[in-house]
Write a protein that binds this ligand. Structure first.
Ligand SMILES: *Cc1c(COP(=O)(O)O)cnc(C)c1O
Length: 373
């Protein structure tokens, strides 16, 4: 069994994808071909944003907006500690300093921890609060009702990291449309993935859009050979855009299928282990179905026993960012952000993709039940 089965999806789109790739090889239009613009328009429509800018990866989709905010080392950007490294790394890449917040039982940024960290930073007086990176972890929107209010109250920009949440929504408003600017990733294993690296940025802000377009191509200005700021080479390949156009056509259908898989799991595993929270207003894109064991020993036992039964699992994430070697210089320890640490010792994710059959889900749940007994 596969953790994420991309081959099954490939069988569905094979003919159309191959036609599109062939077409680009024929027209030799590899950089900023017409597919890029077509995809940007469709992705903007999908999220309900005014603008979309495609780029080379999810990490660049976070880095480019952060560069547009002209961060300096004494600028603090608040980010949850329980996420993929790039959520925070991009803050450093753009010259700022990450300040980590704790999460709550939904796995997302805890708004209370966010506000107390902002207050702590203001009181200490060493860093200036500038922005927030909220993460829609595992597919579920962060708590935007609270987080947007806090961003407003302290005058901070809000950058939504929707790398895992693309396709999800909160009160029918889609991930990728929250805050000043949003980023997503098309890494193959994400809910909407391409066949390599890719990413996209979304905003409604005209000035920010112009600036980010410039940063994407080496800080270009109106004159191609007069660069007006420092940027990066951040373009998406035309080939990846063409592949994404095909995948976008079946994406809504895949989201419904993922929702079914999640509902089967939640029904069959009820009362066995701690399951992800399902709320009507939060529609998840189910990048992961992540459950919690009672303690680290039980988690490690389940993971190794399931492996013996050919059921792959993954641990997202075993080490919170504030405890990573690269962030040792920030001076965090075991006493900081206790809930992140608690969760990282208990979580594991089980197979999740749109092509899982009910019989497979039943088999996985049966094995888990027996092992927990
Ligand atoms: C995958 C991921 C990224 C980075 O995306 P890449 O395309 O791999 O650069 C950023 N944030 C989160 C939460 C992710 O899961």
């Amino acid at each position: 069994m596969k953790f994420i089965d991309l081959e099954k999806q490939y069988c569905v789109i094979k003919n159309n994808v191959e036609k599109r790739i062939h077409n680009i090889l024929e027209k030799q239009d590899f950089i900023m071909g017409s597919e890029i613009q077509e995809l940007e328009q469709k992705l903007a429509d999908f999220t309900g944003r005014k603008y979309c800018i495609t780029c080379g990866s999810g990490t660049e989709a976070l880095q480019i907006p952060m560069m547009a905010y002209n961060l300096s080392k004494t600028d603090a950007v608040f980010v949850p500690s329980f996420t993929f490294f790039a959520s925070a790394e991009s803050i450093n890449l753009a010259g700022g300093t990450p300040v980590f917040t704790d999460i709550d039982h939904t796995f997302n940024m805890d708004p209370r921890s966010l506000e107390s960290e902002i207050k702590r930073v203001i009181q200490e007086g060493k860093l200036t609060p500038k922005g927030i990176v909220s993460v829609d972890l595992f597919g579920r929107s962060a708590d935007y009702e609270q987080i947007l209010k806090i961003a407003d109250r302290y005058g901070l920009f809000l950058l939504e990291d929707a790398a895992q949440g693309f396709g999800g929504s909160l009160h029918k408003k889609r991930n990728g449309s929250f805050g000043d600017v949003s980023a997503t990733s098309f890494f193959p294993a994400k809910p909407l993935g391409c066949y390599g690296d890719g990413g996209a940025i979304f905003t409604d802000d005209d000035a920010l859009y112009e600036k980010m377009c410039s940063i994407r191509v080496h800080g270009q200005g109106a004159d191609k050979y007069d660069n007006i700021r420092i940027g990066i080479n951040g373009r998406m390949d035309t080939l990846q855009a063409a592949i994404l156009l095909e995948k976008l056509d079946i994406f809504e259908d895949e989201l419904i299928k993922r929702q079914h898989v999640a509902e089967w799991y939640s029904e069959l595993l009820e009362g066995i282990l701690e399951l992800p929270q399902l709320d009507d207003e939060y529609f998840s894109s189910w990048a992961q179905y992540t459950i919690r064991a009672e303690n680290e020993t039980q988690r490690d036992y389940l993971v190794s026993e399931l492996k013996k039964r050919d059921i792959p699992t993954m641990i997202y994430y075993p080490i919170p960012l504030h405890m990573q070697t690269a962030y040792k210089n920030l001076g965090y320890g075991n006493e900081n952000l206790p809930y992140c640490l608690h969760v990282s010792k208990r979580v594991f994710s089980i197979p999740m993709h749109p092509y899982l059959k009910k019989t497979e889900v039943e088999m996985i749940c049966q094995e888990i039940k027996q092992l927990v007994k």
